[in-house]
Design a protein around this ligand. Sequence first.
Ligand code: CUK
Ligand code: CUA
Length: 629
Amino acid sequence: MQDKNTEKQTELQNADRRKFMGKSALLGAGAVAAPMTAAMFTSMAKAQAAEAGKNSPFVHPGELDEYYGFWSGGHSGEVRILGIPSMRELMRIPVFNIDSATGWGITNESKRIRGEGDHFLAGDAHHPHMSMTDGRYNGKYVFINDKANTRVARIRCDVMKTDKILTIPNAQAIHGLRVQKVPYTKYIFCNGEFEIPLNNDGKESLEDVSTYRSLFNVIDAETLEMAFQVMVDGNLDNAEADFDGKYFAASSYNSEMGTNLGEMITSERDHIVFFDLARCEAALKAGNFKTYNGNEVPVLDGRKGSALTRYVPVPKSPHGINISPDGKYFVANGKLSPTVSIIDTSKLDDLFNDKIKPRDTVIAEPELGLGPLHTAFDNRGNAYTTLFLDSQIAKWNIEDAIAHSQGQKVNYLRQKLDVHYQPGHNHTSQGETRDADGKWLVALSKFSKDRYLPVGPLRPENDQLIDISGDVMKLVHDGPTYAEPHDCVLVHRSKLKPSKVWTRDDSFFAETVAMAKRDGVTLETDNKVIRDGNKVRVYMTSIAPNFGLNEFKVKLGDEVTVVVTNLDQVEDVTHGFCMTNHGVQMEISPQATASVTFIANQPGVQWYYCNWFCHALHMEMRGRMLVEA
Ligand code: CUK
Ligand code: CUA
């Protein structure tokens, strides 16, 4: 067994696609006989070339994109906004990272939001998902997980800033994250991927893993506080919600609860865990929970045999779990099996009422190719599955796959398209909502290899845009991106109405406004220096190309807080504040207030300047701080 596992691992680690193609039979299952050969696909593709999509990827200068794409920035810790179909990067939203341009992690406002995790300078963002109403994007929030430091953050889509971050207790390495789709996003939920002792207090051992658990975490979307957690058997990976408001689902690749690779890939089947939301809420209300690690978060017991969960066995170390936009089917992606498992959502009630067995919910297991990781959907009954090892997207028809599994002679595979290379997630335009429109597919390829000019040993990833509007998928654009787009969502622009300037009563800087009030300062008019022991608060306005204060004095060792209020009303006239030689800078967008605190630890004259280009006299927008020895 160990040898076989080592062999599989070697295959997984070897990222050369050609080698995989040659040795594919070594990777489990043996039978990789797809219903159509590559040559047949080629001739079919040629015959249908006329039926390729008619979407134009060209967005000419001055034109606007049709979709907002929210991209995970992976281990850069940020979220990015791309325009689709141009694939232009429109904005970066710092979340778990420190950002020099905006002062995220430097300003007092961002430090408050970063909260107890402020000392972390890093993060690992994977799954950005927007809040929904009745299964449709509502344009309010985007949520994102931090696998590295077990956190979840929320981005406000009116100002496109992170406004809350929660550290999840009792769990480790938050991975899969999704939102409740129906009736609205009351909850978001996410998975603790790594198994740890439930009371993780240093009294446990590395040998005895019997107390190790993974937790399914349910969070109140509005307060971004923990609602409850559910203890499960096995670990948890990715997650998905139904379109009925009843069930959440999570995949488990390590049902073995192994602690090394060999142990983790022993079983031919792992499972998808389904969670009955109403039963979880009832258990919570009835007080059927325990608490751990000295915190008050209720932990429900959803291990095998519990009424709260059901475990559906699927092959093999499944990864992504995705629901079709008509709400009928969950698709579990086999990863180490060349198949996906289609789970009929209409059978889940019977499963929870013990009228059928878990495997009875799996109505088809079509074979697609090597390394299925994630599946996306159009609005015409087709699914698009990434094949990591084959470096392809498999387009297949769901109803045909079900008919095929019932013995009908139908070909469910529609096309396999080469992507470059090794795709992880893919996502269709609005494909995780009822508004799936079947226009665009983005493949997030983990390797770019030869697709771009070489830039040293570290290469960009490759986000590829595919037109899926016709019968034939057509690759139309290569987009290099920096580490690392695990996942993205494509939201029609009609769903979003971002603010053009801040409103003065925004909660983002409300605490700074309250501080000014305590100091008797009116931020919109006053330019004042207030001394409070060795703390000095410097209040100034900005209006292009002037700061309200041209100079101020402090004493060596003072703790200085500079508060800048940008009085400009004009869209896009953002100012910056940088105090030279102090590692201090920040952005102040129109009508915003921002503040930063530092120690004046160098005697003499220090210039401060505006570092967001704002005016012909931007270079002159500066002033002096005298630090008296
Ligand atoms: S995961 Cu990266 S390829 Cu974090 Cu959604 Cu599947
Ligand atoms: Cu103000 Cu540049």
